[in-house]
Design a protein around this ligand. Structure first.
Ligand SMILES: *Cc1c(COP(=O)(O)O)cnc(C)c1O
Length: 353
């Protein structure tokens, strides 16, 4: 049976990328596996350099003073690392969901954090707007896409201070002026590759301004100086991320995939809006093009719907425990056809019920 993978993360990857990656596990360099060669060997150094260059190229940040790094420890390590490297006195955070909340909690270990705005009071169903970012703070932190709640920032503020953004679940999915951001981070396992590496893109000029001593492995400058090879990098995760970025570049880059992502989002949201058996979770204007969250209007239909979903080969659409209901994650590698299969099941339920 053909499967349709709506998992929130780790999540769908392009099939050709997986095939190439599995080949590299068997034979990458004249009979040697990608997994058994030195990370200092030329074939792997080339992979790392290619991956770093592709990230900047796709984001349109080449030659603009940015460096790309592939680090370990997931996006969760960035919650702490951002604060260690940038927080001197006080920072402003926008609280739009579980991941923002966790970023705030970790940064508070080091210094004072001010929540510029929060949608926690409404279980994160919307994105706060019209807040002020104090100009004398060290940096402003936001989360571009709220994976769990299915909301997404459409309009970023003009920040008077460095803007840091967790783009874990919508990196490379839509065109933005990425030079508005001074530091972008994204765990690979949502829209870029397998779990195990985190992309960090940082404007070099914002570094080196805090007075604290930073442990080497937590110091962006050290990683930049060592060309993202301070210690053994997660070779497989970096390689698959590189293949995914090559695939994306071949399609025409972010602008090309954005069109596909908009079609997918349009398809599912029009079904959610028109089908009386379903209710959208997020406020319409803030809905994510990556993660669509919705619930059944009548919970009695849950068993029937779940069975139909399963029979259609759909997997990974159960909502996060803090939201309930369903979440359809439609990352870059998901074809429009798979969203069509889910929408057909939703309308079939309406015909049956
Ligand atoms: C998944 C996710 C994280 C956590 O990523 P890890 O790599 O598991 O640490 C952080 N932020 C966002 C927006 C996410 O979607």
């Amino acid at each position: 049976m053909k499967r349709h993978n709506f998992s929130a993360g780790p999540s769908i990857l392009n099939r050709e990328v997986i095939e190439k990656a599995s080949h590299a596990v068997l034979d990458f360099d004249n009979g040697l596996s990608l997994l058994e060669i030195s990370h200092r060997s030329k074939p792997f150094v080339d992979v790392m350099e290619n991956a770093r260059a592709l990230a900047l190229e796709l984001l349109g940040l080449e030659g603009k003073g940015y460096k790309a790094l592939f680090l370990q420890g997931g996006a969760s390590t960035q919650f702490m690392m951002v604060a260690l490297n940038l927080l001197e006195k006080r920072a402003g955070y926008l609280n739009t969901g579980t991941w923002s909340d966790k970023a705030i909690k970790e940064a508070r270990i080091f210094d004072d954090i001010y929540e510029v705005a929060s949608s926690k009071d409404a279980n994160y169903t919307y994105i706060p707007k019209g807040y002020d970012i104090p100009a004398d703070y060290d940096y402003f932190h936001c989360t571009s896409n709220n994976t769990i709640f299915g909301t997404q920032i459409k309009q970023f503020p003009d920040s008077p201070i460095p803007m840091v953004c967790d783009m874990s679940s919508d990196i490379f999915s839509r065109t933005l002026d990425f030079s508005k951001f001074d530091l972008i981070y994204a765990g690979a396992q949502k829209n870029m590759g397998p779990a195990g590496t985190t992309l960090v893109v940082v404007r070099e000029s914002i570094l080196g301004k805090v007075s604290r001593k930073i442990p080497s492995i937590m110091d962006y400058k050290v990683h930049i100086d060592k060309s993202s090879m301070f210690n053994t990098p997660p070779v497989f995760a970096v390689y698959v991320s590189m293949l995914t970025m090559e695939w994306l570049k071949g399609l025409g880059g972010i602008a090309a995939i954005e069109k596909e992502n908009e079609k997918k989002a349009q398809l599912i949201y029009s079904e959610i809006d028109l089908n009386p058996l379903f209710k959208g979770f997020a406020t319409k204007e803030d809905r994510s093009i990556m993660n669509a969250t919705f619930t059944l209007a009548n919970e009695d239909l849950k068993e029937t719907f779940d069975t139909m979903v399963k029979e259609a080969g759909i997997s990974g659409i159960n909502g996060h425990r803090s939201v309930g209901g369903y979440r359809a994650s439609m990352y870059n590698a998901m074809p429009l056809e798979s969203v069509g299969v889910l929408v057909d099941v939703m309308s079939e339920l309406e015909r049956k019920a």
